[in-house]
Design a binder for this molecule. Sequence first.
Ligand SMILES: NC(=O)c1ccc[n+]([C@@H]2O[C@H](COP(=O)([O-])OP(=O)(O)OC[C@H]3O[C@@H](n4cnc5c(N)ncnc54)[C@H](O)[C@@H]3O)[C@@H](O)[C@H]2O)c1
Length: 257
Amino acid sequence: MEIKGKSAIVTGGASGLGAATAKMLLDEGAAGVVLLDIDLHGTGDKVSSELGDKAVFIKGNVVEEEPAQKAVDEALKFGPLYIVVNCAGVGTASKVVGKKGPVSLDFFKDVVDTNLTGTFNVIRLAAAKMMDNDPVGDDGERGIFINVASIAAYEGQLGQVAYSASKGGIVGMTIQLAREFAANGIRVMTIAPGIFDTPMLAALPDKVKESLGKMVPYPQRLGKPSEFASLSKHIIENSYLNGYVIRLDGAIRMAAK
Ligand SMILES: NC(=O)c1ccc[n+]([C@@H]2O[C@H](COP(=O)([O-])OP(=O)(O)OC[C@H]3O[C@@H](n4cnc5c(N)ncnc54)[C@H](O)[C@@H]3O)[C@@H](O)[C@H]2O)c1
């Protein structure tokens, strides 16, 4: 599907992979992009003003109905909503049983809620509108969802129980949603990134980031947000990609620790 002239939502669009994707979409001529982001890094206004008047920043939680519906409504003001990229996510970590006993149930619920339920929440509200789109291109496409999992869906490390579960859920939804939306001409794809240099890793000292980069077989470095955006562009434009999870990870397979 051609990006030019299409309206889009990017959740988590105020930072990292989402911000790079929003920029790519506007560079490719999207009609407008809505950034739905709770703004953990305080970058929403800055990113949105750098993107220009075809970008709208909505500060809100992907898990809640009202801001997610607002994102859909704002996107529709730019034109029919054909593209949704679900990048919002958190990587909070904890062991199941620590020195003070079992971790709180709320820790697990919060991570799964944000990463998995939030992704589903935006999909359900956006899909209801996408289904009414005019079919475009040779295959009569009405839209595309790109969701973001992680290699932790497959090789979760110590402390990643909630994160791995949430990202595994996104992997599992991929083929199911692609099948359910097939009759509507809507594709669903997932990207499972390896280790990317984004504000999510900001707490790590440069030395640790460097050594993480050296763990990648090739190229021996962290991924760049522009490389994620570039894969998103290809997925949107290549109509035969559907119902699949693509690892974008330089061949890294994380060890247990
Ligand atoms: N950076 C990595 O190494 C890496 C690796 C694998 C997967 N991922 C995934 O990629 C996605 C993007 O991460 P990133 O690296 O760009 O991190 P990031 O922290 O730079 O961006 C994530 C954005 O999501 C937003 N967000 C968090 N919770 C939200 C909520 N409840 N509602 C709305 N917005 C919310 C944050 O405010 C932030 O702007 C995440 O889903 C993350 O799990 C990242």
